[in-house]
Design a protein around this ligand. Structure first.
Ligand SMILES: NC(=O)c1ccc[n+]([C@@H]2O[C@H](COP(=O)([O-])OP(=O)(O)OC[C@H]3O[C@@H](n4cnc5c(N)ncnc54)[C@H](OP(=O)(O)O)[C@@H]3O)[C@@H](O)[C@H]2O)c1
Length: 238
């Protein structure tokens, strides 16, 4: 599989690149600086230099031609508003348009749990960031592409656990970036995960099993459909 990662120089992007390379996939991506190109080339990742804030959809489409999937994991992480608009907002729209122009059907977006930070006296810029992230999820979910939106809870740099909780709704908690990257790689290799918003946090289900269980059930699915992996956990509200 050929995967283009927007945000490949970032923490999740770098971990995802390694996950995919370990599976034998071809990985390329967008970076902002020449030095990043050299570092990533040494790891087997081909990169193109460009700034999301100024790339047109046509420019980006020319980099996406021939890819099987695009992953968008670039983000401002709640910085200044103009950067949030450019990277968490308009950049995603540019990537959607570019994927369509390049004929790349599959786009996986790393988003955020909308209730993250609730009750923590967020700054106005942070509130703005969460609002932009949500509106972009709406935009992606209305696109004609084969999209997937993954919303991880608070990211940590703890070591991978190999287990997660994944589904249409998960409580906000925290999760190692390494487990997010492994889940993204698994989703990319599971084409039946399509046009879905999935929330992700730390949990006890092995990642491959969690992704299998997140597939939509189809009529006639046999006993190995993954449905048997769906957790039937009672949620304690108090
Ligand atoms: N922090 C959390 O707890 C949390 C929780 C849930 C979801 N998220 C989301 O998870 C995603 C990835 O997180 P992360 O920890 O991997 O972030 P990260 O390490 O800060 O990586 C961000 C990536 O975006 C790239 N980028 C930023 N501005 C760009 C521009 N103008 N042009 C091209 N690339 C640009 C960065 O490139 P450079 O290397 O050049 O800076 C970097 O590759 C973000 O979208 C974030 O919103 C975060």
């Amino acid at each position: 599989m050929r995967v283009f990662i927007i945000g490949v120089s970032g923490a999740i992007g770098g971990l995802l690149a390694q996950e995919l390379l370990d599976r034998g996939d071809l990985v390329s991506g967008l970076v902002r600086r020449e030095q990043q190109r050299a570092d990533l080339a040494a790891r087997g990742v081909e990169t193109r230099v460009g700034d999301l804030a100024s790339l047109s959809a046509d420019d980006l489409a020319s980099l996406l031609t021939g890819m099987d999937a695009v992953v968008y994991t670039a983000g401002s992480n709640a910085g200044a508003r103009d950067v949030t608009v450019a990277i968490d907002g308009e950049g995603v729209v540019t990537a959607l348009d570019a994927a369509s122009l390049a004929g790349v059907r599959r786009l996986v977006l790393v988003s955020v749990l909308p209730e993250a930070g609730r009750g923590q006296n967020l700054s106005a810029d942070e509130e703005f960031y969460f609002a932009v992230k949500k509106l972009v999820d709406v935009t992606v979910s209305m696109s004609e592409l084969d999209w997937v939106i993954l919303r991880p809870s608070l990211l940590t740099d703890d070591p991978a656990t190999g287990t997660v909780a994944l589904g249409p709704a998960q409580p906000h908690d925290e999760i190692p970036r390494a487990d997010v990257a492994a889940t993204l790689a698994e989703i990319l290799h599971e084409p039946r995960i399509s046009r879905q918003i999935l929330e992700l946090t730390q949990g006890a289900t092995p990642i491959a099993q969690a992704v299998r269980a997140a597939r939509p059930a189809r009529q006639g699915d046999g006993p190995d459909s993954g449905n048997e992996d769906r957790p039937h956990r009672k949620v304690e509200l108090a």
